[in-house]
Design a protein around this ligand. Structure first.
Ligand SMILES: CC(C)(COP(=O)(O)OP(=O)(O)OC[C@H]1O[C@@H](n2cnc3c(N)ncnc32)[C@H](O)[C@@H]1OP(=O)(O)O)[C@@H](O)C(=O)NCCC(=O)NCCS
Length: 176
Protein backbone atom coordinates (compact mmCIF):
# COMPACT_ATOMS: atom_id res chain seq x y z
CA UNK A 1 0.00 0.00 0.00
CA UNK A 2 1.24 3.49 -0.83
CA UNK A 3 1.42 5.86 2.10
CA UNK A 4 1.85 9.65 1.78
CA UNK A 5 3.49 11.58 4.61
CA UNK A 6 5.76 14.45 5.52
CA UNK A 7 9.41 13.42 5.37
CA UNK A 8 12.03 13.94 8.07
CA UNK A 9 15.81 13.77 8.23
CA UNK A 10 15.78 9.96 8.30
CA UNK A 11 14.38 9.98 4.76
CA UNK A 12 17.04 12.29 3.35
CA UNK A 13 19.34 9.75 1.71
CA UNK A 14 16.47 7.83 0.10
CA UNK A 15 15.11 11.04 -1.43
CA UNK A 16 18.56 12.04 -2.74
CA UNK A 17 19.03 8.60 -4.28
CA UNK A 18 15.58 8.62 -5.86
CA UNK A 19 16.21 12.07 -7.37
CA UNK A 20 19.48 10.79 -8.84
CA UNK A 21 17.71 7.77 -10.34
CA UNK A 22 14.98 9.93 -11.85
CA UNK A 23 17.59 12.29 -13.36
CA UNK A 24 19.57 9.35 -14.77
CA UNK A 25 16.42 7.86 -16.28
CA UNK A 26 15.45 11.16 -17.92
CA UNK A 27 19.02 11.62 -19.15
CA UNK A 28 18.90 8.19 -20.79
CA UNK A 29 15.75 9.23 -22.64
CA UNK A 30 17.25 12.60 -23.67
CA UNK A 31 14.87 14.48 -21.35
CA UNK A 32 17.22 15.75 -18.64
CA UNK A 33 16.02 19.29 -19.38
CA UNK A 34 12.62 18.48 -17.82
CA UNK A 35 13.86 18.10 -14.23
CA UNK A 36 16.34 20.11 -12.20
CA UNK A 37 16.72 17.37 -9.58
CA UNK A 38 16.81 17.99 -5.83
CA UNK A 39 20.04 17.85 -3.85
CA UNK A 40 20.73 17.32 -0.13
CA UNK A 41 20.84 21.04 0.62
CA UNK A 42 17.52 21.78 -1.09
CA UNK A 43 15.83 18.85 0.60
CA UNK A 44 17.16 19.81 4.04
CA UNK A 45 16.04 23.42 3.54
CA UNK A 46 12.60 22.18 2.49
CA UNK A 47 12.38 20.19 5.73
CA UNK A 48 12.37 23.42 7.77
CA UNK A 49 8.78 24.45 8.58
CA UNK A 50 6.69 25.96 7.14
CA UNK A 51 8.38 24.34 4.14
CA UNK A 52 7.88 20.57 3.92
CA UNK A 53 8.89 17.55 1.93
CA UNK A 54 6.05 15.20 1.06
CA UNK A 55 6.94 11.63 0.20
CA UNK A 56 5.16 8.53 -1.08
CA UNK A 57 6.37 5.26 0.38
CA UNK A 58 5.58 1.61 0.04
CA UNK A 59 7.03 -0.45 2.86
CA UNK A 60 10.50 1.00 3.38
CA UNK A 61 10.83 2.25 -0.24
CA UNK A 62 10.42 5.91 -1.10
CA UNK A 63 8.59 6.04 -4.44
CA UNK A 64 8.07 9.77 -4.80
CA UNK A 65 8.82 13.20 -3.35
CA UNK A 66 7.50 16.73 -3.62
CA UNK A 67 9.22 19.77 -2.14
CA UNK A 68 7.06 22.55 -0.71
CA UNK A 69 9.28 25.55 -0.19
CA UNK A 70 8.54 28.89 1.37
CA UNK A 71 9.63 31.42 -1.28
CA UNK A 72 12.41 33.90 -0.61
CA UNK A 73 11.59 37.61 -0.75
CA UNK A 74 13.18 37.73 -4.22
CA UNK A 75 11.10 34.80 -5.49
CA UNK A 76 7.92 36.31 -4.09
CA UNK A 77 8.64 39.57 -5.86
CA UNK A 78 9.13 37.71 -9.15
CA UNK A 79 5.75 35.99 -8.84
CA UNK A 80 4.02 39.21 -7.80
CA UNK A 81 5.48 40.92 -10.88
CA UNK A 82 4.60 38.06 -13.22
CA UNK A 83 1.02 37.72 -11.93
CA UNK A 84 0.14 41.23 -10.69
CA UNK A 85 -3.60 40.49 -10.54
CA UNK A 86 -3.31 37.06 -8.98
CA UNK A 87 -0.52 37.14 -6.40
CA UNK A 88 -0.11 38.96 -3.11
CA UNK A 89 3.01 38.62 -0.97
CA UNK A 90 2.77 35.80 1.57
CA UNK A 91 0.05 33.85 -0.23
CA UNK A 92 2.15 31.24 -1.94
CA UNK A 93 4.30 28.23 -1.25
CA UNK A 94 6.50 26.79 -4.00
CA UNK A 95 5.35 23.32 -5.11
CA UNK A 96 8.26 22.06 -7.14
CA UNK A 97 10.85 19.35 -7.24
CA UNK A 98 8.35 16.57 -7.81
CA UNK A 99 9.59 13.16 -8.83
CA UNK A 100 8.29 9.61 -8.98
CA UNK A 101 10.24 6.35 -9.26
CA UNK A 102 10.63 5.67 -13.01
CA UNK A 103 9.19 2.15 -12.54
CA UNK A 104 6.08 3.51 -10.76
CA UNK A 105 4.96 6.31 -13.04
CA UNK A 106 1.34 6.83 -14.14
CA UNK A 107 -0.05 5.06 -11.08
CA UNK A 108 -1.39 8.24 -9.49
CA UNK A 109 1.50 8.74 -7.04
CA UNK A 110 2.17 12.37 -8.02
CA UNK A 111 -1.55 13.08 -7.77
CA UNK A 112 -1.68 11.65 -4.24
CA UNK A 113 1.31 13.76 -3.18
CA UNK A 114 -0.16 16.92 -4.74
CA UNK A 115 -3.45 16.43 -2.87
CA UNK A 116 -1.64 15.95 0.46
CA UNK A 117 0.55 18.97 -0.32
CA UNK A 118 -2.54 21.08 -0.99
CA UNK A 119 -4.00 20.17 2.42
CA UNK A 120 -0.66 20.93 4.08
CA UNK A 121 -0.43 24.32 2.34
CA UNK A 122 -3.95 25.36 3.31
CA UNK A 123 -3.43 24.18 6.90
CA UNK A 124 -0.33 26.38 7.08
CA UNK A 125 -2.03 29.51 5.75
CA UNK A 126 -0.91 29.35 2.10
CA UNK A 127 -3.64 29.82 -0.48
CA UNK A 128 -1.57 29.49 -3.66
CA UNK A 129 0.86 27.03 -5.16
CA UNK A 130 3.57 28.76 -7.14
CA UNK A 131 6.50 27.28 -9.02
CA UNK A 132 7.97 26.63 -12.43
CA UNK A 133 7.35 24.04 -15.16
CA UNK A 134 9.00 23.18 -18.42
CA UNK A 135 6.49 24.12 -21.17
CA UNK A 136 6.69 20.57 -22.64
CA UNK A 137 6.50 18.64 -19.36
CA UNK A 138 3.00 17.21 -19.84
CA UNK A 139 3.32 14.77 -16.92
CA UNK A 140 4.19 17.49 -14.41
CA UNK A 141 1.50 19.84 -15.74
CA UNK A 142 -1.12 17.11 -15.56
CA UNK A 143 -0.03 16.31 -12.00
CA UNK A 144 -0.38 19.98 -11.13
CA UNK A 145 -3.82 20.03 -12.74
CA UNK A 146 -4.92 17.40 -10.20
CA UNK A 147 -5.16 20.17 -7.57
CA UNK A 148 -6.89 22.68 -9.85
CA UNK A 149 -6.47 25.09 -12.72
CA UNK A 150 -3.29 27.12 -12.99
CA UNK A 151 -1.94 30.09 -14.92
CA UNK A 152 1.42 30.10 -16.68
CA UNK A 153 3.71 33.07 -17.27
CA UNK A 154 6.31 33.89 -19.88
CA UNK A 155 9.26 31.70 -20.82
CA UNK A 156 12.52 32.31 -18.95
CA UNK A 157 15.78 30.52 -18.28
CA UNK A 158 16.26 29.03 -14.84
CA UNK A 159 19.78 28.34 -13.60
CA UNK A 160 19.76 25.06 -11.62
CA UNK A 161 21.89 24.50 -8.54
CA UNK A 162 24.10 22.19 -10.64
CA UNK A 163 24.69 24.98 -13.16
CA UNK A 164 22.33 24.04 -16.02
CA UNK A 165 20.13 26.53 -17.89
CA UNK A 166 16.59 25.17 -18.14
CA UNK A 167 13.65 26.66 -20.02
CA UNK A 168 10.79 27.30 -17.64
CA UNK A 169 7.47 29.10 -17.11
CA UNK A 170 6.29 30.30 -13.72
CA UNK A 171 2.86 29.03 -12.67
CA UNK A 172 0.35 30.03 -10.06
CA UNK A 173 -2.58 27.99 -8.75
CA UNK A 174 -5.34 29.11 -6.44
CA UNK A 175 -5.96 26.46 -3.76
CA UNK A 176 -9.16 27.91 -2.31
C1 LIG B 1 5.88 14.32 -13.35
C2 LIG B 1 5.77 13.02 -12.53
C3 LIG B 1 6.17 13.36 -11.10
C4 LIG B 1 4.31 12.52 -12.58
O1 LIG B 1 4.22 11.43 -11.68
P1 LIG B 1 3.13 10.27 -11.83
O2 LIG B 1 3.02 9.59 -10.50
O3 LIG B 1 3.46 9.44 -13.00
O4 LIG B 1 1.81 11.11 -12.12
P2 LIG B 1 0.30 10.59 -11.94
O5 LIG B 1 0.27 9.11 -12.16
O6 LIG B 1 -0.26 11.11 -10.67
O7 LIG B 1 -0.42 11.28 -13.16
C5 LIG B 1 -0.95 12.57 -13.12
C6 LIG B 1 -1.59 12.88 -14.46
O8 LIG B 1 -0.54 13.01 -15.44
C7 LIG B 1 -0.75 12.09 -16.49
N1 LIG B 1 0.56 11.65 -16.93
C8 LIG B 1 1.54 11.12 -16.17
N2 LIG B 1 2.63 10.87 -16.91
C9 LIG B 1 2.31 11.25 -18.18
C10 LIG B 1 3.03 11.26 -19.41
N3 LIG B 1 4.28 10.82 -19.48
N4 LIG B 1 2.40 11.77 -20.50
C11 LIG B 1 1.14 12.24 -20.43
N5 LIG B 1 0.41 12.26 -19.29
C12 LIG B 1 1.01 11.77 -18.18
C13 LIG B 1 -1.59 10.98 -15.89
O9 LIG B 1 -2.29 10.28 -16.87
C14 LIG B 1 -2.49 11.77 -14.97
O10 LIG B 1 -3.48 12.41 -15.74
P3 LIG B 1 -5.04 12.36 -15.32
O11 LIG B 1 -5.10 13.07 -13.98
O12 LIG B 1 -5.71 13.13 -16.40
O13 LIG B 1 -5.38 10.93 -15.21
C15 LIG B 1 6.68 11.90 -13.10
O14 LIG B 1 6.36 11.72 -14.47
C16 LIG B 1 8.16 12.18 -12.96
O15 LIG B 1 8.77 11.87 -11.94
N6 LIG B 1 8.75 12.78 -14.00
C17 LIG B 1 10.19 13.07 -13.98
C18 LIG B 1 10.53 14.24 -13.08
C19 LIG B 1 9.82 15.51 -13.53
O16 LIG B 1 9.70 15.80 -14.72
N7 LIG B 1 9.37 16.31 -12.55
C20 LIG B 1 8.68 17.56 -12.81
C21 LIG B 1 9.61 18.71 -12.92
S1 LIG B 1 10.03 19.41 -11.35
Amino acid sequence: MIYIRKADGNDLEKIVMLSERISADLDKGGQAYLFGGVDRYEILMAMQAPSAVIIAEEGSRVLGFLLLQQPSAKEEKEFAEEFPNNYKLGEGIIANGIGVDPTKKKLGIATLMMKTAKKYALNHGFTKFIGTVHPDNIASQKSLASTGEFLKGRYFTLKTRDGRDLLRQRFIQDLT
